[in-house]
Design a protein around this ligand. Structure first.
Ligand SMILES: Nc1ncnc2c1ncn2[C@@H]1O[C@H](COP(=O)(O)OP(=O)(O)O)[C@@H](O)[C@H]1O
Ligand SMILES: [Mg+2]
Length: 486
């Protein structure tokens, strides 16, 4: 048998860190051509060789490489893998089984590596079936941002099952998931995991961009990044030539390795100006003014905490958002404790406002979510309408008004999702048609849309007060409210 010697090494500092990582999950984000895919192949291959041998001196392992579509799988993932390791085994494809590379080769120490590399495309039903029942050592997610989070979740429960004690007396020496991706959008699940949640045992590596962006708007310039990785394996001028004829947003994401804002949608609030409406520092709640709460219901409840200054400036000081939680749990276990710890000396306005859909009775006990809020001591009433246009206009009105030279709406950095929503994350989705850009007439449901529903209910409430001062009188608390202590 022929001898093969590999002399491939990581082509940059971050690639090296990715290569050295033994965490349960190691994901790398980088610009096009930065060597991510090749490095992922090298990492899997390293784990194959490092698998502890069993009694027969065999190092057994089973790997899954996952890609969104079959053409992508064949066109790049499989091609790259086989170009490096094809000669070390047999590649089989056809019938019902996903394409698989069966590797079998001897190491210098006399042991034999026997590994399977199974290639899965998400658009193939029979592949997904295979994945659900897989007994794997580990996974390689290729182009992570194209994969639904559910696939990552499922895979995370399937690794570490092979080799099993039953099949020959060794355990996986390492098991887990690796993966590579171009920069996703800011509202992508990858962004949340890498930049916000940072789960225990997960490592996220970020390579330098191939280009650096200088300036903003029409003054934007891109220049070659001297710190770019894998550059010596790319054609000369790969990035500077690569940007020709491309849209700025595309360059930013694919060549600069910056998270994308809203390449595929139209912001609901073009009136928003981050430099004017986003407070640069945390807006402390103003003593003596009650906190007003606005609620969105559903399985992703949100609560917007705001104040109105004596001059009428609306300040969104904070937000609470959640996922997979009913309103009772959200109010009692999230909102109440949060108010008690962050705003202990503040009165809560008794005239809360919420999603009118909440008046429907739920379950068998004939209660509404408004009853639940009342129970929690956070009463609210339904907003005047759930029609999208008046809701949007109410908020837009605040964005376009000045009060004593100040913006009528100010958002604190504490209201992170709300702000991201205002600056484009809350958006109309693009309709996929050829020709001129067209958009849906209702905003996309996403992480930003839920707090923004609540923002709109609050705006409707404030507007009603301004337009109808009698209503304001009627709704105002008869006596100054005592601060509520929890
Ligand atoms: N370790 C390496 N040694 C030599 N050449 C490499 C190495 N890694 C990548 N390359 C070259 O760079 C090209 C781009 O790498 P690739 O991994 O496909 O980038 P990405 O997945 O980041 O777009 C590859 O086609 C290969 O020619
Ligand atoms: Mg790649």
């Amino acid at each position: 048998m022929a001898t093969v010697e590999y002399r491939i090494r990581p082509q940059g500092r971050v690639l090296q860190q990715y290569a050295n990582c033994y965490d349960r999950v190691a994901f790398i984000m980088g610009p096009l051509g930065s060597g991510k895919t090749i490095q992922s192949c090298i990492n899997v291959f390293k784990h194959m060789r490092e698998q502890e041998p069993n009694q027969e001196n065999v190092r057994p392992s089973r790997w899954y490489a996952i890609r969104n579509t079959y053409p992508d799988l064949f066109g790049t993932t499989i091609k790259d893998w086989l170009s490096m390791y094809g000669e070390l085994g047999q590649f089989k494809q056809g019938n019902k089984e996903p394409p698989t590379h069966f590797l079998k080769f001897k190491l210098e120490d006399g042991t034999t590596v026997e590994a399977e590399m199974i290639f899965i495309a998400l658009d193939r039903e029979e592949h997904i079936k295979k994945l659900r029942g897989s007994q794997a050592t580990g996974f390689w997610h290729n182009e992570i941002k194209e994969l639904p989070k559910a696939v990552i979740d499922m895979a995370d429960l399937r690794h570490g099952r092979y080799p099993s004690m039953v099949s020959g007396g060794v355990k996986p020496t390492w098991n887990g998931m690796i993966g590579d991706t171009n920069a996703p959008d800011e509202d992508h699940w990858y962004y949340e995991l890498a930049e916000e949640d940072k789960p225990e045992g997960w490592s996220f590596f970020r390579q330098p961009g191939g280009l650096i962006r200088m300036g903003k708007g029409i003054a934007t310039k891109f220049i070659q990044n001297p710190a770019a990785e894998n550059i010596k394996n790319l054609p000369k001028g790969y990035y500077t030539r690569g940007m020709a004829g491309k849209a700025q947003d595309w360059i930013k994401v694919n060549l600069c390795n910056e998270y994308g804002s809203v390449a595929d949608g139209k912001p609901v609030y073009p009136e928003w100006n981050d430099a004017i409406h986003a407070a640069p520092d945390v807006l402390p709640a103003i003593k003596g003014i009650p906190l007003e709460l606005a609620w969105d219901f559903g399985l992703t409840p949100a609560c917007i905490i705001s104040q109105v200054t004596p001059r009428g400036q609306w300040r969104i000081v904070d937000e609470l958002v959640s996922e997979g939680m009913g309103i009772r749990q959200f109010a009692k276990n999230v909102v109440l404790p949060y108010l008690a710890s962050e705003y202990p000396s503040f009165a809560i306005d008794e005239d809360g406002i919420a999603d009118p859909a909440g008046i429907q009775r739920v379950g068998t006990d004939e209660r509404t979510v408004f009853d639940e809020l009342e129970d929690a001591g956070l009463p609210a009433r339904p907003a005047s309408t759930n029609n999208f246009l008046p809701r949007r206009e109410a908020v837009a009105g605040f964005l376009t008004r000045l009060i004593d030279g100040q913006p009528a709406l100010l958002v604190s950095p504490k209201a992170k999702v709300t702000r991201k929503g205002f600056s484009g994350g809350y958006r109309f989705r693009r309709i996929q048609v050829a020709g001129e850009a067209r958009f849906m007439d209702k905003p996309e449901k996403n992480a930003a849309s839920h707090p923004h529903d609540a923002v709109q209910y609050q705006a409707l409430k404030l507007d009603a007060h301004v337009k109808n001062p009698i209503a304001k009188k009627k709704n105002a608390a008869p006596a100054p409210q005592k601060p509520r202590v929890y």
